[in-house]
Design a protein around this ligand. Structure first.
Ligand SMILES: O=P(O)(O)OC[C@H]1O[C@](O)(COP(=O)(O)O)[C@@H](O)[C@@H]1O
Ligand SMILES: [Mg+2]
Ligand SMILES: [Mg+2]
Length: 332
């Protein structure tokens, strides 16, 4: 019998057993992550997943723990970054969970915030078909962030709720709802890939870097944690924009992030917090995954910043290729 980790109030009744199980595992992970090297070789490489990513001990431990804990919670289908195919948990379950059990695993061994990303949707009779649908079917999505404190940020389709883990009591305590602040001057992108980006993405970042002297007429700051959960949480707290575009590197045509268990859950959450999430041009939640581990370019954050990136994609090529061009015509 699992302990009660999250209050029933505010959580739709059919989803509460699932949320409680996710919170139970997250509590254990938070404890292990908080102990770092004292909890064992959590960052040890133990193979690679279907996408060719290095698989760390904690990736697999987290995946096993979530899959096991979801037994008896009404979940039929389980799609995980760490498993090639969809797993059937309970033939009578009416729900399906997509999960990135451990996000930001390159940061495990350096004591930087990492997380878990999840979504819940109704189960169809066939596992893969359940997940190869657009994001309009999501009933809930969210993330756990294992940072200086552990938090759960979740939407059930009616705004965004935040819970903080009380480590002493082992319970998630609800705090203020989250809305993305409208004013922000921070962007997050892995700038080491600059030479591989398309011209609209380069033009957008060039104009941010040009600061007060450039077409935007103001200074920006930059962040890159390499944990999607940590970037999302920062944007939830103080706004800004995140970009992981497609680029010219082999295998990166659609960027790096996976649609089913990374981008769609984050997009649902961001929209519910008043922000926007696109592929650079189109809403992430309208994208239909071509396969379980399909990638998509991802741009999200404060709504007007995300809109601006779309505008850059609509500009004629000579305009985005020129350093600044006439882009001063649409200053920030
Ligand atoms: O190393 P890069 O190319 O900057 O990629 C960083 C991105 O990769 C990820 O770590 C992928 O997540 P996983 O750790 O779950 O594979 C994102 O969290 C992050 O945004
Ligand atoms: Mg991830
Ligand atoms: Mg992961």
């Amino acid at each position: 019998m699992q302990e009660i980790r999250i209050p029933r109030e505010g959580v739709p009744a059919p989803l509460w057993p699932v949320m409680n199980a996710l919170c139970d595992v997250a509590t254990g992970l938070s404890d292990a992550i908080g102990r770092g090297p004292l909890a064992g070789q959590l960052a040890a490489s133990i193979g690679s997943n279907t996408d060719g990513d290095d698989q760390k001990a904690l990736d697999v431990l987290a995946d096993d723990a979530f899959a096991f804990a979801l037994k008896g919670t009404g979940v039929r289908w389980y799609a995980s970054e760490e498993q090639e195919t969809v797993a059937e948990i309970d033939v009578n379950g009416a729900l399906a969970v997509a999960i990135d059990p451990l996000d930001g695993s390159s940061n495990i061994n350096c004591n930087v915030s990492i997380g878990t990303i999840f979504s819940i949707q109704p189960a169809l009779s066939e596992g893969e078909a359940t997940f190869l649908r657009d994001g309009s079917h999501l009933l809930a999505s969210g993330y756990f962030i294992y940072g200086p404190h552990t938090a759960l940020v979740v939407t059930f389709g009616n705004g965004v709720l935040q819970f903080i883990l009380d480590r002493t009591a082992g319970e998630f305590i609800q705090t203020d709802a989250t809305m993305i602040p409208p004013e922000a001057s921070e962007f997050a992108i892995n700038a080491s890939n600059y030479r591989h980006w398309s011209s609209p993405v380069r033009a957008y970042i060039d104009d941010c870097l040009a600061g007060a002297e450039g077409p935007r007429g103001k200074n920006f700051n930059m962040r890159w944690v390499a944990s999607l959960v940590a970037e999302t949480h920062r944007i939830m707290c103080r706004g800004g924009i995140f970009l992981y575009p497609g680029d010219e590197r082999p295998g990166y045509k659609n960027g790096r992030l996976r649609l089913v268990y990374e981008c769609a859950p984050i997009a649902f959450l961001i929209e519910q917090a008043g922000g926007k999430a696109t592929t650079g041009t189109d809403r992430v939640l309208t994208q239909v995954p071509a396969s379980l581990h399909a990638r998509t370019p991802m741009v999200f954050g404060t709504a007007d910043k995300v809109d601006r990136v779309s505008i850059y994609h609509d500009l004629p090529e000579p305009e985005v290729s020129a350093l600044f061009g006439n882009r001063g015509l649409f200053r920030a």
